[in-house]
Design a protein around this ligand. Structure first.
Ligand code: KG4
Ligand code: ZN
Length: 355
């Protein structure tokens, strides 16, 4: 059937996302239930509360998506796609059970999606043209920090990841340390709040060492390390007896932190670009996705690197599709269905799943 419609369900972490995307690269409808309000007061995601919220809201979000898209699940939906992993086990299970039941009862094809592949493929849906493979993907979010060569559907090479905290955690922990309140709504959270804060700050005000530069071995790795940054900011505050009541001090700290994060990203991306050159992989683009990709300073620096040094475009989905959502799962369902990558009705979730 052409075009075909895919219903996508995402419940791997703290967003209940559902969407319908068709094989002509159109988003028919999307709906999302965020959990920021639940998790903010706890200073981070509480798995049991995330699970409960998915349980409460998922059926309604699916219903809203079908009604919003004016589509009938029996007649108009051709494939059910769902995040199979990686993610929080309890949360994944809720989406997976719903998707498996729908698919099995209705006799529709089921596709279990790798959440990270979905982040990496979303740009092929949202960009004006279908980006040809291969391209370099950098996934920067609360859960993951990855550099991938995206050679095709189900064909990714992981070049690097974090050896400790994710980049999102680094933003979140530093924001908490600086007592910056969360921004509300979609694309919000502590990272976005820190970015806003950094706008009025001087990025060279404080000396924070760039991670992994000192150790010669680590320097050559395409991995990241973010856990030292928060500690460094913490020590700066203590040693210099900085006053966090002073807004300007906080802004300068935020800007300095963000700048070092950017330098670290660029260090490792340069290594990745050089690796691709030695393997004669002719990259078509640098794709950036994940929640942190909505950071404008990071985006601008990556754009400069891609355009000026490597002569390729930087491509990124719109902010609301860089964070977790149902659209990316539905689109990956489209891509995988075309390749015949269909799953059995008895698949289980895979909380830790290398790409
Ligand atoms: O992709 P995402 O929504 O979910 C996970 O995979 O976890 O990413 C969420 C992360 C959080 O750590 C959040 O603080 C961070 O992305 N984030 C940002 C910005 N917007 C969201 N970090 C830096 N700057 C931003 N503008
Ligand atoms: Zn994600």
């Amino acid at each position: 059937k052409n075009p075909f419609n895919v219903l996508g369900i995402e419940t791997s972490c703290d967003d209940t996302g559902v969407a319908i995307v068709n094989s002509s690269r159109q988003i028919i409808y999307e709906s999302i239930q965020l959990q920021h309000d639940i998790h903010e007061q706890n200073g981070g995601i509480v798995p049991s509360l995330a699970m409960k919220s998915h349980q409460i809201h998922l059926p309604r979000v699916i219903n809203e998506t079908l009604i919003g898209g004016k589509l009938d699940i029996v007649k108009d939906i051709d494939v059910i796609a769902v995040t199979r992993g990686p993610g929080l086990p309890g949360c994944l299970g809720i989406g997976l059970s719903a998707a498996k039941t729908l698919a099995a009862v209705l006799g529709k094809p089921l596709i279990g999606v790798h959440h990270m592949e979905a982040h990496a493929l979303t740009a092929r849906l949202t960009h004006t043209e279908l980006i040809p493979f291969p391209y370099l993907t950098i996934l920067i979010s609360g859960g993951h920090t990855l550099i991938l060569v995206t050679n095709g559907i189900n064909r990714h090479i992981q070049l690097g990841t974090t050896i400790d905290d994710s980049i999102g955690e680094a933003f979140d922990k530093t924001a908490r340390l600086l007592k910056i309140p969360w921004l509300k709504g979609r694309g919000g959270g502590p990272g976005a709040a820190l970015e806003q804060f950094a706008i009025g700050g001087k990025s060279d005000k404080f000396q924070i060492p760039i991670p992994m530069r000192k150790d010669q071995q680590r320097r050559k790795e395409m991995n990241f390390s973010f856990s030292g940054l928060k500690t460094c900011v913490q020590q700066l505050i203590q040693k210099q007896n900085l006053n966090l009541e002073d807004e300007q001090v906080k802004k300068d700290l935020a800007a300095s932190f963000q700048q070092i994060v950017i330098f670290h990203l660029i260090d490792k991306l340069e290594l990745a670009f050089e690796w691709c050159k030695t393997k004669e992989i002719d990259l078509n683009a640098l794709v950036v996705s994940g929640g942190v990709a909505s950071n404008k300073s990071i985006r601008a620096s990556l754009e400069k690197l891609a355009n000026e040094r490597y002569n390729i475009p930087l491509i990124s989905p719109p902010s609301h599709l860089c964070t977790d959502n149902g659209v990316m799962i539905a689109w990956t369902g489209v891509e995988r269905f075309r390749e015949g990558l269909i799953d059995e009705y008895n698949i289980d979730h895979i909380p830790k799943w290398p790409i």
